[in-house]
Design a protein around this ligand. Structure first.
Ligand code: AMP
Ligand code: MG
Length: 349
């Protein structure tokens, strides 16, 4: 299959590109497009055959349900059975934006989209190109991250090309995304509502608005034998090819320990990558050191995370050592993805 790649300017949308993307989606094809979180791989969510193509292109396990992306509030009525009041309040505040909510699904939503579940995950993205492509494609677009399953999620069109060229119909290139980690997932079918995946919309932000919010235990206790409530969270996800170790503790001791570990591996002949921050970068003396952002603003860290993991893959890196991030806010989402990428290999120094 030939993959069409077209660039689009978020400030001035090219209507021909939007129309082309919409026509492909309406005809059951696959289009990757930018959202504010990561690039999504879109298909008509109400067309079971189209949704199935997403699983094939990504190599995604069939029990891992898709998030349906909508562009207008009235679209939510059509695909859900009931909309709890708290969901309406959260939607008013955070939609369009990086929040996905789970509802009882309406019959119109095929099981092929929900991985056999009778619930459906829905998000209204903020990215102007995403909104227009969703509308042009019929209004209900299933769109998981546009990567090969198991690889770090794509934050640029180039990342999508690396994974999916020849497997999908079109890539709409709208430049780098702004957030860089996937949406917060909030299950509205339980009381209190429960966070199944941390993202840019934090527990605090939600609790200020709708009261108590629970957190899926498997996010807090990674060793727990419990199965995550979001099926996708059980897979080793976001993973670079290198073995990743996260070091936490006093930042001075962390940098010293990383230097020691890096030197030892380099002496054994391995390629070593280091993930540091603006505050620490000068302290590293060995290996391929990349700056992920500043601790003063962990949004910068979220924005660079997946790109850096992919860069280490292209460099043929064998071992990666990373500082840890856990100051709350979006740092929780960053740490959740880093821990998964590391297979929960966390060392306290
Ligand atoms: P992705 O879009 O690739 O970032 O993955 C979507 C995430 O949403 C996966 O972790 C899914 O398991 C999760 N998800 C989608 N639909 C549901 C649902 N109905 N119930 C629970 N989790 C869901
Ligand atoms: Mg994904």
């Amino acid at each position: 299959m030939k993959t069409i790649i077209e660039q689009i300017d978020a400030g001035q949308l090219n209507t021909d590109t939007i129309k082309k993307a919409g026509d492909i989606l309406k005809n059951g094809g696959l289009v990757a497009f930018p959202t504010e979180t990561v690039y999504g791989l879109g298909a008509d969510a109400l067309n079971e055959d189209a949704a199935k193509k997403i699983y094939a292109a990504k190599g995604r396990p069939s029990d891992n349900p898709l998030i349906i992306h909508i562009a207008d509030m009235n679209a939510l009525d059509k695909i859900t059975e009931t909309i709890p009041e708290k969901a309406e309040i959260a939607a008013k505040e955070f939609w369009p934006g990086p929040l996905t909510m789970i509802f009882q699904k309406a019959d119109i939503v095929p099981m092929g989209t929900t991985g056999g579940l009778d619930t459906v995950a829905v998000r209204m993205p903020k990215h102007p190109a995403a909104k227009e492509i969703i509308r042009a494609g019929g209004g209900y677009i299933a769109a998981p991250s546009a990567n090969t399953s198991g690889r770090p999620s794509p934050t640029t069109a180039r990342h999508v090309e690396e994974d999916l060229t020849g497997k999908i119909d079109m890539i709409v290139d709208g430049g780098a995304v702004t957030i860089g980690v996937e949406s917060t997932i909030l299950d509205m079918t339980v009381e209190p509502p429960m966070i199944l995946r941390p993202g840019a919309v934090t527990k605090d932000m939600l609790e200020r608005l709708i009261g108590e919010v629970a957190v899926d235990k498997t996010l807090i206790e990674p060793d727990s034998k419990k199965i995550p409530k979001a099926p996708g969270m059980k897979y080793r996800h976001y993973a670079p090819k290198a073995e990743l170790t996260i070091l936490e503790g006093d930042i001075y001791r962390v940098t010293e320990a990383i230097n020691r570990l890096a030197e030892a591996k380099i002496n054994e002949g391995f390629k070593v990558g280091i993930i540091g921050t603006e505050e620490t970068i000068e302290r590293y003396s060995a290996g391929n050191v990349k700056c992920i952002g500043t601790r003063q603003n962990e949004m910068t860290v979220a924005g660079n995370l997946y790109g850096i993991l992919r860069d280490f893959d292209s460099d043929g890196t064998d071992y990666i050592y990373s500082e840890s991030f856990s100051s709350g806010g979006i740092g929780n989402a960053v740490m959740n993805r880093l821990l998964k990428a590391a297979g929960h290999h966390l060392v306290h120094v």
